[in-house]
Design a protein around this ligand. Structure first.
Ligand code: G1P
Length: 283
């Protein structure tokens, strides 16, 4: 059973400056709700009971956000606002399931993952990259289903423009298992257009085995001087581990760039109205 999820949150968010000069990018609102809450809700809806946040000293505001329940309690005493009470209850629910670990210098996703080594209890866990929002269908939930069916590690996949392969991890596919899933024979981090084996990209949802920590412990720096999980996964595949690529059917939104962030707000506003706006209009 997959009950634990890891969310790396120590990135500096420079692509979203000036918005991120004070506010962590994951707390920026998307249609009235911090982006990170969409990711947490995806976890909860897929049966996750513990989430490990990898933050840094520079991103303590994330911890403050989830530990601010005393403030809500005080406000609710003064003003019995139904919306505040709901937010307070939601915060308590989140707070109960979140653990914090620190990665104070950003040395890549692989290095971030290593900080969670001692906290992972079962053989497989979920990892979500918060820049990647997937709406309309819960990708993590579908991937947990795929993991159960094929008894393997699973990674989300999406076809990208051939000219943009150097922005992603890129898969080689050995065979299709069914309409939505394929066996991965190789994966390479941000290849050049010439060297890319396909245009099937890794999207930030992973079901990974605990053995990955052993590989990461001995892994050197890769592209851009960072420790990438992609390189560790490649090593595991070479060693005979089974990895399945899942072509998810939800809609992908890239919240890590300014264009993508603005588009996310527009796309999500088509799906949900502000809860508080509905309330205000009904009085
Ligand atoms: C990371 C991964 C990359 C993956 C991408 C998905 O890159 O290293 O393999 O394709 O997430 O968003 P980053 O976005 O951190 O540069």
């Amino acid at each position: 059973m997959i009950k634990q999820a890891i969310i790396p949150l120590a990135g500096l968010g420079t692509r979203l400056l000036p918005l991120t000069s004070v506010i962590p990018k994951e707390l920026l609102p998307i249609n009235g709700k911090p982006g990170l809450e969409y990711i947490l809700d995806e976890c909860i809806d897929s049966g996750i009971t513990e989430v490990i946040f990898i933050i840094s000293k520079k991103k303590e505001n994330i911890k403050k956000y989830f530990y601010n329940d005393a403030f809500y309690k005080k406000m609710i005493k003064k003003k019995k606002d139904k919306r505040l009470i709901n937010e307070y209850k939601k915060l308590l629910k989140y707070k109960k399931m979140i653990k914090f670990v620190y990665q104070n210098s950003p040395k890549g996703t692989g290095d971030a993952l290593l900080k969670c080594h001692n906290l992972i209890k079962s053989n497989f866990f979920l990892m979500l990259l918060p820049d990647d929002l997937i709406i309309k269908k819960n990708c993590s939930k579908s991937m947990i289903g795929v993991h159960k069916k094929y008894k393997s590690s699973v990674m989300a996949s999406m076809k990208v423009n051939k000219n943009s392969v150097n922005r992603w991890g890129i898969y080689s596919i050995s065979k299709n298992l069914d309409q939505y899933n394929f066996s991965i024979s190789d994966v390479v981090e941000k290849p050049t257009i010439k060297k890319a084996p396909s245009n099937n990209a890794v999207i930030g949802r992973y079901i990974l085995p605990r053995e990955i920590f052993k590989i990461l412990n001995n892994q050197g720096k890769g592209k851009g001087g960072e420790i990438h999980i992609t390189d560790a996964i490649k090593k595991m595949i070479d060693g005979g581990s089974k990895f399945v690529g899942h072509k998810f059917s939800g809609k992908y939104l890239d919240c890590g760039t300014m264009n993508g962030y603005i588009k996310s707000t527009l796309e999500i506003s088509k799906l949900w109205k502000f809860a508080w706006l509905e309330q205000d209009m009904s009085v």
